[in-house]
Design a binder for this molecule. Structure first.
Ligand code: ZN
Length: 178
C-alpha cells in the first residue's frame, strides 16, 4: 500500500514560509509527528534549521542538534528546490525547479536515518496557471504584496525501494493555496 502523509495546518504554513522566505536559496528543516490509522505519518511540527552550509545547488546541515525537540518525534526532513541561474561545476542549473529527489536527497531515507524526505519546489511566476490533481503532489500559489509564487510539494520514503507518498492537507489549506 502507498505510504500516506497528512500535513497539519501549522507545519504546512511553516514549510511554505520557510521556502518562500528563502526563495533564492534552499531552505532546510526538520519534521516531527506521529503515525495514525489512516496515515503512516502525520506532520505535527516543522522547524526551519537556522544553520546550514549552502552551495548553489544544495544545502546541508552542521550537525544533528536540530533533531532535538521537547514535544515531537523526529520523522524526517524538508528542503526547497529553487530557481537558480547559471552553471555550477560545469552543469547548467535548472531554471524551473522540480520536486524531484536527487541522490543526495535520498541518502538519509535510504540509510534509514530519516523516515520521510519532503521537497518544495518554488519559483516566482507572473500568472496563475493550471493545477492538476495529483495525489502525490501538493501544488498551489502564495500571493503576497510583491510576489506571486508557484510551489509543488512531494515527499518520499523508503520501503525496499524509494516510493513517493500520497500527501494530504486540510480543506481550509487547499482553499488558501488556489
Ligand atoms: Zn533536493
Amino acid at each position: 500500500m502507498q505510504g500516506r502523509i497528512y500535513i497539519e495546518d501549522d507545519p504546512f504554513e511553516e514549510i511554505l514560509r520557510s521556502a518562500y522566505e528563502a526563495l533564492r536559496v534552499e531552505c532546510i528543516g526538520k519534521l516531527f509527528g506521529r503515525a495514525e490509522k489512516d496515515f503512516n505519518w502525520v506532520i505535527e511540527q516543522a522547524h526551519a534549521s537556522q544553520l546550514a552550509y549552502r552551495l548553489p545547488a544544495s544545502v546541508d546541515l552542521y550537525d544533528s542538534r536540530d533533531e532535538w525537540s521537547f514535544q515531537g518525534n523526529y520523522i524526517g526532513d524538508y528542503h526547497s528546490h529553487v530557481c537558480l541561474r547559471g552553471t555550477y561545476e560545469g552543469i547548467r542549473l535548472p531554471m524551473l525547479p522540480k520536486p524531484n529527489f536527487s541522490q543526495a536527497d535520498l541518502k538519509d531515507v535510504k540509510a534509514g536515518t530519516t523516515q520521510i524526505e519532503l521537497v518544495i519546489a518554488i519559483k516566482k511566476v507572473k500568472n496563475l496557471g493550471r493545477i492538476n490533481n495529483n495525489p502525490r503532489l501538493i501544488s498551489g500559489y502564495i500571493l503576497d504584496k510583491k510576489n506571486l509564487c508557484r510551489f509543488d510539494i512531494a515527499a518520499c520514503y523508503y520501503n525496499s525501494v524509494i516510493r513517493r507518498a500520497e500527501l494530504e492537507i486540510s480543506d481550509k489549506m487547499r482553499r488558501l493555496i488556489r
